[in-house]
Design a protein around this ligand. Structure first.
Ligand code: IVH
Length: 746
């Protein structure tokens, strides 16, 4: 932040100007946050500006503006749009940064499909447009709706606005009966500059301008904003457009859509990289912003086989252009405490434009990074450390958090001191401990640490977890410190309405709320009393437990009761795993040479073999770590968190508020392997292990890594070894690869 003069020192005229400036900055920040998902201010900066605005208004009430930021809650202008559920999800893309990543992408696909290195495999390559994606549904050739991407599953209905865009046809001839066309809405640089010159509303970049213009409640406003559209993909189709990606795009062009003229068919990585350089060299003259090149497998039958990971297709990747950098002054280093207690150093910078985005914060990773060494103690930046007051180089690649990359020692102020990493949590004062082998300091305060508690809550309500409309990070911050209606743990969210009913100061009478918005919030909360198990698990914010693992656990256990039962049963074994890890660490510290491997194993075995492990604990533990995607590290974290007394009590209070914890949707209950637990072993020759696993899961099966009494079927490829023997001993059915292919229908 610039040096701001205290509110008390301003004259009335200055206060008026300052209020105008704040209204502008805060409205830009709102637009960036809500419309472009690209915040230009940190939460703390935003709040500080809001407080300053309010303090000025309190001092000069008659200067309060009609567009006062105090009267706006962080409510997205998205309110007012209907929701549309995408029949086919709108996905994002994985990223490649270096040439090698592109070669690796090709190799990965070949491995998955079991294609030799010289088998022909073509790709399309086209610019990655920096706008926002839109799905257009046509039925009998008529545009029936247009929806934004939203969270990929549900988007906003922006049909009326999309109809005002000249490059979006309203009627098609010769199209499939049902056709969903997907592409990017964007604003050209020239249109962006002309719009900003009118001064009606200043946007930071064309992408923000496009997002802000498309999501207007009044379509006439959108009509006045020059938006463009490139088609590059499709969703639901009643019949295929063509057999290849390239021909499908050409077909869209024939139907009347604009496709990007730099779309090419490439024979392999060398060709793709050549086209990438070509596009890169034309980038400054294109007239619109692009941030990379997208490669897609051309053959649609192969795309189908490759399928998807959690949120990205295996058959496409975005090759990003190199990061943008800029130099600025490091004004301060703040420490943020995350939901798992990790202390993250954040650089507060003199605001600087880095490739079109105003950056005032960047990550400094951890203590070692600031000191100029990596996790193994090797120098980075040739050992140059980073000090407050230094000139630093800021680096921003795509949508990732900017980072401080380098420091200019020639401009170091004389009094700059080496940075000392705090040994206590700045939020709760508990010790901040850095475990051996870990680069991160962690606050040991657990639930007593307000920062951890508030971050956990923000995670709990976030989009991929509970996703409660109208209850986002900002509202959580507000409720967390509220003394009338506090939300301190997840269960408090669900008691909010009942507590509000018993309160004198009702939520509806508060600043930023009204009758309607309070009622809406209570409804949105009630809607989440029925929640899929995977979302609930992910929402608990357990360390190492990501969305994919949460889905794996939900699929494996099917219910909260089954999961928690297994966790309790496995708890004594998890304690042994932890003790064994510690013993191993000590043993390794004693003698670093590899010759002590036998010693390490002995130390571990001694712990596991000691008497006193309750019946069933080891089996429950083995079952847990046997789940594909759940390793020992996650299993320990899961079990220790869920069996920690205060944590468990808090979760139980939450569960008591829920009406239904929904099992994962049974995928393909019709299939012969639905609901069964399969294990693959040996070498498969007709499809790769990865494809086999994906196919099995798509047919509703669980795939485990090891054979146990719970295994239903073992698929033994060539040279199957001990797993086949174990299966035979346990009486598990064993089939070969041909039988497997026949079982899943070829
Ligand atoms: S293909 C399943 N092609 O990039 C793959 N996406 O990071 C669907 N984008 O949400 C996307 N230009 O908004 C594709 N030529 C292009 C693109 C493109 C821009 C955007 C799109 C998507 C995001 C993924």
């Amino acid at each position: 932040m610039q040096n701001e003069r205290p509110v008390e020192d301003l004259t009335k005229a200055e206060a008026g100007e300052e209020l105008a400036r704040l209204a502008e900055v805060l409205s830009q920040a709102d637009a960036a946050y809500h419309q472009a998902d690209a915040p230009i201010l940190s939460d703390a900066e935003y709040d500080a500006l809001k407080r300053r605005n309010r303090a000025l208004e309190d001092r000069f009430p008659d200067l309060k503006r009609v567009d006062s930021p105090s009267d706006r809650v962080g409510a997205a202008p998205a309110e007012g749009f209907g929701k549309i559920r995408h029949e086919k999800r709108m996905l994002s893309l994985g990223n490649a940064f270096a040439d090698e990543d592109v070669q690796e992408f090709d190799l990965r696909i070949r491995r998955y499909l079991n294609l030799s290195a010289d088998a022909p495999l073509a790709y399309t390559a086209e610019p990655k447009i920096d706008g926002l994606s839109l799905s257009l549904r046509y039925e009998q050739g008529k545009l029936v709706y247009a929806a934004t991407r939203g969270d990929g599953e549900t988007g906003e209905d922006v049909t009326a606005n999309a109809r005002t865009i000249a490059q979006i046809p309203h009627n098609l001839t010769g199209a499939p009966e049902v056709l969903e066309v997907r592409g990017e809405v964007y604003m050209t640089k020239a249109d962006f500059e002309a719009l900003n010159a009118q001064g009606s509303r200043v946007f930071a970049n064309p992408r923000n301008a496009a997002a802000g213009s498309l999501r207007q409640i009044d379509p006439e406003v959108t009509r006045a904003r020059p938006l463009s559209f490139f088609a590059y993909a499709w969703g639901v189709l009643s019949e295929p457009l063509a057999e290849t990606q390239f021909d499908s795009i050409k077909r869209l062009e024939t139907l009347g859509f604009t496709i990007n003229p730099l779309t090419r068919l490439c024979s392999g990585p060398a060709d793709m990289l050549e086209h990438y350089r070509q596009i890169e060299s034309q980038r400054p003259d294109l007239g619109y912003d692009i941030d990379g090149v997208v490669y897609k497998v051309n053959d649609l039958a192969l795309q189908e086989r490759l399928g998807f990971r959690a949120t990205t297709p295996r058959w496409a990747i975005a090759h990003k252009f190199p990061a943008e950098t800029a130099w600025t002054r490091l004004e301060a280093i703040d420490i943020q405490v995350g939901r798992t207690g990790a202390l993250s150093p954040v650089a507060r910078l003199a605001p600087i434009n880095v490739g079109g985005v105003l950056v005032s914060n960047a990550t400094l990773h951890n203590e070692d990074y600031i000191a100029g060494r990596d996790s193994k103690g090797e120098p980075i930046r040739e050992g140059r450390d980073i000090r407050i007051g230094d000139w630093v180089q800021v680096y921003r690649a795509g949508d990732v958090i900017p980072k401080v990359a380098d420091v200019d020692l020639s401009r170091r102020p004389e009094d700059a001191e080496p940075y000392h990493f705090p040994q206590t949590c700045p939020e709760c004062g508990s010790a901040a401990v850095r475990e051996p082998g870990d680069s991160t300091h962690r606050c040991t305060g657990g639930l007593i640490c307000p920062a951890q508690a508030v971050e956990k809550l923000k995670h709990f309500v976030s989009r991929d977890a509970l996703d409660i409309d109208g209850l986002g990070a900002k509202q959580i911050e507000m409720f967390f410190t509220d003394d009338q209606l506090p939300i301190r743990e997840p269960a408090d969210i669900f008691t909010l309405k009942a507590r509000d009913a018993g309160n004198l100061t009702k939520l509806k009478n508060r600043d930023g709320f009204g009758e309607r918005s309070a009622a809406k919030l209570f409804d949105a909360i009630d809607e989440r009393r029925r929640i899929p198990l995977a979302r609930l698990l992910f929402g608990l914010g357990i360390r190492h437990l990501g969305e994919v693992a949460a889905a794996d656990l939900a699929r494996h256990f099917g219910s909260w009761e089954a999961l928690i039962g297994a966790v309790d049963q496995a708890a004594p074994a998890a304690a042994r795993q932890l003790a064994a890890d510690e013993a191993e660490h000590e043993e390794r510290a004693r003698a670093a040479d590899a010759g002590r491997r036998a010693e390490v194993k002995k130390a571990r075995d001694a712990i596991w073999e000691a008497p006193g492990l309750p019946e069933g604990a080891k089996a429950a533990w083995d079952d847990l770590v046997g789940i594909e995607g759940v390793g020992a590290v996650l299993a320990v974290s899961l079990v220790t968190t869920l069996t920690q007394e205060r944590e468990r009590a808090s979760i139980n209070r939450l569960i008591a508020q829920l009406t239904d914890i929904l099992p994962p949707e049974a995928r393909a209950t019709e299939s012969p392997v639905a609901g069964k637990t399969l294990v693959f072993t040996g070498t498969l020759t007709r499809m790769t292990r990865a494809e086999a696993k994906a196919r099995a899961e798509a047919l509703g099966a669980k795939v485990a890594g090891s054979v146990s009494a719970k295994t239903d079927l073992l698929i033994a490829g060539e040279a199957a070894g001990s797993k086949a023997e174990k299966a035979a001993a346990l009486g598990v059915e064993v089939i070969d690869e041909d039988a497997w292919i026949a079982l899943i229908g070829g």
